[in-house]
Design a protein around this ligand. Structure first.
Ligand code: GLU
Length: 324
């Protein structure tokens, strides 16, 4: 991987990483607004990366629609990438750490069953059932093929897992969320990197891309805070000197304080556009939630660059602005 990284990285490099699993909404846009301003206020570069590897959940046309909404709102970027076009790069990374990965034949159901009390929303802990079980991917595949097919779900392929040594505690200082420390071997166990022989999963693709694209700081929602230690661990095996800083932001929640969902109304940007809202009205409302605009002020994204101030962003989840 080293040859790709020989380009010297100077200055701040940030990224916006939408997933085309649905329409862009106020919640995504607030995070993207902060990420974009954080980069531009330091004269930094912005990368747009479409994270379209989640095939079953990806929606046709959602990627194009998200880019169109972002441009309409005033976002720009210096480089853009599409993850589905980069799978060979992720596989090369996987091969470069072949001694730290192994094939696993456990289904999600097997993993859930092995967990004493799984809680909704918590990542599944993997107890390492397939560690030292199959010498090669083909051996794991042959085992899978020999098992009776479950009638309701097609027989899934094996996956590649990263071997997490016992006692692996990862600690980092998040620029916004503060100190985070996690024993990855106890909370997550050996985490998955790729579900198909030729594919790549989120943790692998995102980590490799942040390293190779020279991202200096990852700004994203704090729903991914606890996904970060695994990414740092993987990055240490790939290109340790290129690990970015992390800045996790509270998410937008509904007026009841719960995670933004359909029942809170339609907060898709496309809907505001069709109702005649201007980009400046939407950006103004979101800027107000960060302490950078007066109530009801309309403001263009680019005009917020000199107003950007991390210290005025509240640490609590952001309630859906009134009237939205
Ligand atoms: N694509 C992910 C999402 O939309 C974000 C990944 C990241 O920022 O690392 O949830």
């Amino acid at each position: 991987m080293a040859q790709v990284l020989e380009k010297p990285v100077t200055g701040y490099v940030g990224r916006l990483a939408p997933s085309p699993t649905g329409a862009l909404h106020l919640g995504n846009v607030r995070t993207f607004m902060i990420a974009w301003l954080r980069a531009r206020s330091q004269g930094g570069k912005v990368i747009l990366r479409m994270e379209d590897l989640d095939h079953p959940r990806d929606k046709p046309g959602a990627a194009e629609a998200a880019l169109d909404d972002l441009r309409w709102l005033g976002f720009d970027w210096d480089e853009s990438y599409v993850q589905s076009e980069r799978v060979a790069i992720y596989r090369q990374a996987l091969e470069s750490i072949h001694d730290q990965v192994y094939p696993c034949v456990c289904s999600r159901r097997d993993v859930a069953a092995a967990q004493s009390a799984p809680h909704a929303g918590e990542p599944l802990y993997y107890p390492g059932t397939c560690r030292n079980r199959f010498p090669t991917w083909s051996a794991a595949l042959a085992y899978k093929a020999s098992q009776p097919l479950n009638s309701s779900t097609p027989q899934p392929l094996p996956c590649w897992r990263f071997r997490v040594p016992d006692g692996t505690v990862i600690a980092f200082d998040d620029v916004f969320a503060g100190h985070v420390e996690q024993d990855v071997s106890r909370t997550l166990g050996d985490f998955p990197l790729a579900r198909h022989e030729f594919g790549a999963g989120y943790t692998l693709a995102c980590t490799v891309d942040d390293l190779l694209m020279g991202v200096t700081e990852v700004v994203r929602g704090d729903d991914l805070l606890l996904a970060t230690p695994a990414q740092i661990l993987l990055a240490r095996s790939l290109i340790p000197h290129a690990i970015p800083r992390f800045l996790h932001l509270p998410l937008v929640v509904g007026s009841d304080g719960k995670r933004l969902a359909k029942r809170h109304g339609d907060t898709r940007i496309a809907t505001y556009r069709s109702r005649g809202y201007s980009p400046e009205t939407i950006i103004g409302l979101l800027a107000e939630s960060c302490g950078w605009a007066e109530r009801g002020e309309s403001v263009a994204l680019a005009d917020l660059v000199p107003r950007f101030d991390l210290s005025t962003i509240p640490h609590e989840p952001c309630r859906l602005p009134e009237g939205m």
